[in-house]
Design a binder for this molecule. Structure first.
Ligand SMILES: *Cc1c(COP(=O)(O)O)cnc(C)c1O
Length: 354
């Protein structure tokens, strides 16, 4: 399919690299493509960034049939623009589509469309340390209809947002709260799909955690409320003695690309890494025994986010003296070095744009 490009007469002025936050500024162009039953996915186009006009009965607004992805484009020291494992995001996009009864997109075409949009917008990729251009591919159900069924029409779009460094004040540990009052996802539900409803489900527990002075919620499984699952928008890792542990994918955990990268790097380095069940009791006992060395989150936004304190009911534990540990540092360094082209790419994870 040929992608048509409609140019904008007037372009926005680009922000300063040091004034960037997260998710507030958008570039000049977006990618759009439509689906209907007769034509399938059709009319792929890059056009000026702008509103999507929709009927108030649009199915996405009522029943949440939609999915999204999140990844970044990075500028290297020599000015090249590159993506990190974008095929992983595109195959997860299609897995989310299958779960939400949304028609899948050809993966080679999806990557090509993303590359063309970023190539056109490459001047928007910031160059200051640890900044990037966030990429948000999204699909929403478009039928104007109030019955419950899968929509027959969809819109796929990609928007781009320049984002600042996640750690402007340094790579410091965060405090997280284990909630036993709410769950994010359950076995057989949509927890493993990147779909907006999972975030809506997490908001109240997130607000309560904030009110109590914690940055994020660490979710327990939705069935027994016993096993650790993941944090807000990150997967979670624990270092107990020399074992690096992350909860095994069970249908309610979002399979993160950063999580997968940590596991694959650990195997590449012959470290002791396991994907297995880990209960809150095991975590608390490991801490009491002095064998819990580190805890860190893993996700595209922060890459690695060290955890310094965990609260569960009335117990508060401090991990590694509230300092960032060597394992978190090592993975953060290795992954960001590849993303920003400061190191070789022995894993073949980098996809150059220009
Ligand atoms: C996106 C996401 C993650 C992290 O996935 P990455 O691919 O590493 O960015 C983890 N948990 C949830 C709930 C997410 O939505």
């Amino acid at each position: 399919m040929e992608i048509t490009i409609t140019r904008n007469e007037k372009l926005k002025s680009k922000p300063d690299d040091d004034s960037l936050g997260f998710g507030t500024l958008f570039t000049d162009y977006m990618f759009n493509m439509d689906y209907d039953l007769q034509k399938g996915w059709h009319n792929p186009r890059i056009e000026p960034y702008g509103s999507i006009v929709m009927d108030p009965a649009t199915m996405f607004l009522h029943y949440g049939q939609g999915i999204f992805e999140g990844l970044k484009a990075y500028r290297t020291g020599s000015g090249r623009i590159q993506l990190y494992r974008p095929q992983e995001n595109i195959s997860r996009l299609n897995r989310s589509c299958r779960r939400l009864c949304i028609p899948e997109i050809d993966e080679d075409f999806a990557l090509d469309a993303m590359k063309q949009l970023i190539e056109l917008e490459k001047d928007w990729v910031p160059g200051a340390p640890e900044t990037s251009l966030y990429i948000r591919p999204t699909i929403i159900a478009m039928d104007p209809f109030l019955g419950v069924r899968a929509s027959h029409t969809y819109r796929y779009f990609i928007i781009l947002s320049p984002v600042g460094a996640y750690y402007p004040e340094g790579f410091n540990p965060v405090k997280i709260l284990v909630t036993s009052d709410y769950v994010r996802a359950v076995r057989g539900g949509v927890g493993e799909a990147k779909t907006p409803g999972n975030y809506a489900a997490s908001l109240l527990a997130g607000e309560l955690a904030h009110d109590a002075g914690y940055t994020q919620v660490l979710w327990l499984d939705g069935v027994e409320q016993k096993y650790l699952e993941e944090v807000g928008s990150m997967n979670i890792f624990f270092v107990i003695d020399d074992e690096i542990i992350t909860p095994a994918l069970n249908g309610s955990i979002l399979p993160g690309v950063t999580r997968k990268s940590v596991i694959e790097l650990a195997k590449h380095w012959n470290e002791n890494v396991s994907e297995r069940k880990i209960s809150i009791d095991e975590l608390m006992q490991a801490h009491a025994a002095g064998s819990l060395k580190e805890v860190f989150g893993a996700g595209t936004a922060a890459v690695i986010s060290p955890v310094g304190q965990i609260k569960f009911i009335d117990q508060v534990i401090t991990i590694n003296d509230n300092q960032t540990g060597p394992v978190a540092k090592k993975y953060y360094q290795a992954i960001t070095d590849m993303q920003y082209g400061r190191a070789d790419d022995p894993m073949g994870w980098i996809v150059p744009i220009s």
